[in-house]
Design a protein around this ligand. Structure first.
Ligand code: GDP
Ligand code: MG
Length: 196
């Protein structure tokens, strides 16, 4: 009777047993200051005045169910990449546990863009044989006059790294909903192609 929930390889068996049923763990990674927590807060509905059905699972873990293309999907969003208090192991952990990744840089900070490429390579190394859904996210698109990375560069980088690309602004909430819908679609595309 209990077998199903305890037979999982992962230590947090409750979450991983759900991952087969439209529940995806999405991990935010990227340089400090690029806007990961701001994006997570929008996802969590911190700015919604009404109807916030987000559950805060931990200090930096959020869960929310979205309707995407007529089908519901639950995202468990992890924003713990910058959690220095927990030490370096947390980054190793992040690299292992995601069903999908949002690699975030700031369009106003070229160093963060270069860091994003590094992270893509690290992720590929950590999860060698897996085809993991990734979106490269150029955040702070509202800061047009401080732009250091062009849209074309972001797009080209995503082509090289074989992932999707989107520019967002957490500040003016531009493309944030599209970002989370996009990652659900990416996970589904892979799921559907496996079923064939
Ligand atoms: P994190 O370190 O990646 O979690 O980044 P934060 O979410 O803490 O954001 C760092 C700073 O950038 C904060 O002062 C945010 O208010 C600001 N910020 C985040 N996203 C945006 C954005 O889209 N536009 C602008 N103008 N500022 C942003
Ligand atoms: Mg943060």
């Amino acid at each position: 009777y209990y077998r199903r929930s305890w037979s999982s390889e992962s230590s947090d068996s409750v979450i991983s047993s759900e991952s087969s049923s439209n529940c995806y763990r999405v991990v935010l990674i990227g340089e400090h200051g690029v806007g990961k927590s701001s994006l997570a807060n929008i996802f969590a509905g911190v700015h919604d005045s009404i109807d916030s059905d987000c559950e805060v699972l931990g200090e930096d873990t959020y869960e929310r169910t979205l309707m995407v293309d007529g089908e519901s999907a639950t995202i468990i969003l992890l924003d713990m990449w910058d959690n220095k208090r927990e030490g370096e192991w947390i980054r190793e952990h992040c690299m292992q546990v995601g069903d999908a990744y949002l690699i975030v840089y700031s369009i106003t900070d070229r160093a963060s863009f270069e860091k994003a490429s590094e992270l893509r390579i690290q992720l590929r190394r950590a999860r060698q044989k897996e085809d993991i859904p990734i979106i490269l996210v150029g955040n702070k698109s509202d800061l047009v006059r401080c732009r250091e990375v062009s849209v074309a560069e972001g797009r080209a980088c995503a082509v090289v790294f074989d992932c999707k690309f989107i520019e967002t602004s957490a500040a003016v909430q531009h493309n944030v909903k599209e970002l989370f819908e996009g990652i659900v679609r990416q996970v589904r595309l892979r799921r559907d192609s496996k079923e064939k």
